[in-house]
Design a binder for this molecule. Structure first.
Ligand code: FAD
Length: 606
């Protein structure tokens, strides 16, 4: 990091890099993407929030202090666009080094790895306006150049991206094409001299549009070849439209980009002509797991604010937080945050371990790194869906804890409720991400990627006795849910073949089963690995018991709804999936009491 912040952490660049890389213990094999279904729960080490070392936590605290002092303290003012001052806050973040985590050292960055980048993302997300502006710059704005830029493009843009001298944006969506991004109509035609592409068209919903210095824009060369470009703000024929009047994120800029015969130099092509889809989709994969962390940061703040209010507010001479009805919310919200953390940071550990094994000097190093990210596309989609919906539930229940005061602008719950809604829409809607989860898994399986799944089907699945230990039944339940997910996936694939893509309602159910299986597995692994005490065990018991009930119910509904003969699958699933005898009230009371006493979420070290 630069001057001040380096002095703050007391480390040089080289040391920081060595400190911040995480690897699974020697001898343990990194599961491939989707491979969580096959790993018996408890047999391998995962990255958890407890894996962060003291220097990382220190840096996380610095990012959080910045968000509290420079962003949250001025958030009302930030909502008045463009006078609100978001640009100067972004510049300050740049000065502090907060944009450097993903940029290679030779271009002025720190290349700190996935886990640190996620931690900084979480800590800077106390205010959603800043979080989305920050992510659009460091993530979807800068990363396409990190991964696909030529030497000249990287040298021209990345040092300024790292320092905040230049702010970036990403323009994929158009008025007529959102989810169907490849249906873009913006056209780029090479001029007669072969020096410039002439751009015509409109991009829609572009974050940072009011102040970005450059835009990664996707257009079709000659109307057919989908291609990425880096376009500077001062390009003639390029303008931005008016700000959208949004439900939330009022301090962030969202505008259309308009190109009218705009000449863009041929040197601005990002990657290869006709290969823009690779850039667009790979960068979205990164955006998805990072959005998970943004949601965690936002959720912790909303939760803390609501607990503070509910501890002060008295009804019937009692602080309202003491009522069982609110204690149930406190316990449920803490459980959700614990699960969000467990499944998000786990992804960073896999990616970082694989990343550390790559040869940085190899000519195709960047391509290999992208493959690592793509490998965990399933888990990234799960993180996006689970965390965006988790934050939504937490914002909603937090607002409820304020009663009528939650419904007015004088208290922060109103803003948090509005701001969080969009997380279910951008970075691929949750419908699109849900559909991707089972279809990507099946594609990999059918392509020969999971021979162990075929073996499981041949050998049959048997319920196994619970292992010893305080969360033995939960270990067993996580294993059962994963096996059940494999059975259901196989049955759906066999019944519908290639037509499964047209069975979207079924795919949504399969996605929910897979999400719960991955989430249950992640909380159990974390609770087994880390000494989180009675509260972590309570979170694990609550989440797994409820996830098991949902899986049982969804499995049953699926089987009743599918065409054809399901053979003995119904009885197999009944034999496999055993509801847990968890005393959910006792667990929620225990957790609620502990979290209320702390006044905030304290189940992770940061
Ligand atoms: C505040 C904000 C900031 C944004 N920032 C950016 C940005 O910086 N850059 C950028 O490029 N874009 C940005 N977006 C755009 C965002 O990515 C899109 O809104 C999103 O991809 C959805 O596209 P759409 O709005 O056209 O909805 P549509 O694609 O029209 O979807 C409408 C509904 O249909 C569903 N649907 C669509 N297709 C399918 C399908 N095949 N199967 C099942 N369901 C389907 C969707 O899930 C959704 O519920 C932003 C949007 C907002 C609101």
């Amino acid at each position: 990091m630069n001057g001040d912040s380096l002095a703050y952490t007391g480390h040089g660049k080289r040391q920081l890099k060595e400190i911040f890389m995480w690897k699974m213990p020697t001898g343990e094999k990194v599961p491939r993407g989707g491979g969580f279904l096959l790993e018996p729960t408890g047999t391998h080490t995962i990255f958890t929030p407890e894996s962060f070392w003291s220097e990382a936590l220190e840096m996380g605290k610095m990012a959080e202090r910045f968000a509290a002092d420079e962003v949250v303290a001025h958030e009302e003012h930030l909502e008045t666009l463009p006078e609100g001052g978001m640009v100067s806050v972004l510049k300050k973040a740049g000065e502090l080094g907060l944009f450097m985590a993903d940029i290679p050292e030779e271009y002025g960055g720190l290349d700190l790895g996935f886990a640190m980048s996620m931690l900084i993302g979480e800590k800077t997300s106390l205010n959603a306006d800043f979080a989305v502006s920050f992510s659009a710059h460091v993530g979807i704005g800068t990363l396409p150049i990190v991964f696909y830029g030529t030497e000249a493009q990287r040298a021209a843009y990345l040092p300024d991206c790292a320092s905040g001298e230049r702010i970036g944006a990403y323009a994929l969506s158009e008025p007529g094409s959102g989810s169907d991004a490849l249906g873009a109509r913006t056209k780029a035609v090479l001029n007669a001299e072969g020096t410039h592409y002439i751009f015509n068209g409109t991009k829609q919903w572009i974050t940072n549009a009011a102040w970005a210095d450059f835009f990664v824009v996707f257009a079709k060369v000659d109307g057919t070849q989908f291609t990425g470009f880096i376009i500077d703000r001062d390009t003639p024929g390029f303008t931005t439209g008016p700000e959208e009047n949004k439900l939330g994120l009022k301090g962030s800029s969202t505008r259309p980009l308009i190109f009218e015969d705009a000449p863009v130099p041929v040197e601005a092509v990002l990657g290869e002509v006709g290969r823009g889809h690779k850039i667009a989709f790979n960068i979205l994969n990164v955006g998805r797991f990072k959005l998970g962390c943004t949601c965690i940061g936002a959720a912790k703040r909303v939760f803390r604010d609501a607990m503070g209010y509910a501890s002060e507010r008295k009804q019937f001479n009692t602080p309202v937080i003491q009522f069982g009805a609110l204690q149930e919310k406190v316990a449920r919200m803490a459980t959700r945050i614990y699960t969000m953390e467990s499944l998000c940071y786990r992804i960073a550990g896999y990616m970082e371990t694989q990343d550390s094994e790559l040869d940085k000097g190899a000519p195709d190093y960047r391509e290999q790194r992208l493959q690592v990210i793509e490998e965990y596309a399933i888990e990234s989609s799960i993180a996006k869906v689970f965390c965006s919906e988790g934050l939504h539930e937490i914002a909603d229940e937090s607002l409820q804890m304020y009663g009528g005061y939650g419904f007015v602008k004088d208290y922060p719950a109103e803003k948090a409720y509005r701001d969080c809604r969009v997380n279910r829409i951008f970075e691929g809607t949750n419908e699109i991400n849900r559909i991707l989860i089972p279809t990507t898994l099946l594609k990999r399986w059918q392509g020969g990627g999971f021979p162990a799944m075929d073996q499981i089907l041949q050998e049959g699945v048997q319920p196994s006795p619970s292992p010893e230990g305080p969360i033995g039944p939960e270990v067993n339940a996580a294993n059962e849910m994963k096996k059940a997910a494999i059975l259901m996936l196989a049955h759906a694939g066999k019944t519908y073949g290639a037509q499964l893509r047209d069975q979207q309602m079924l795919l949504l159910m399969l996605a929910d089963v897979l999400i719960d299986a991955y989430a249950a597995d992640s909380v159990v692994l974390r609770a087994l690995q880390e000494d989180g005490g009675a509260e972590a065990e309570a979170c694990t018991r609550i989440f797994v018991a409820e996830a098991m009930d949902r899986t049982l119910s969804t499995a049953r509904r699926m089987l009743c709804s599918m065409e054809g003969d399901s053979g003995d699958l119904d009885s197999k699933l009944k034999g496999l999936l055993t509801p847990l005898n968890t005393n959910i009230i006792a667990e929620k009371k225990r957790l609620g009491t502990a979290v209320t006493a702390a006044g905030r979420y304290t189940l992770s070290p940061h």
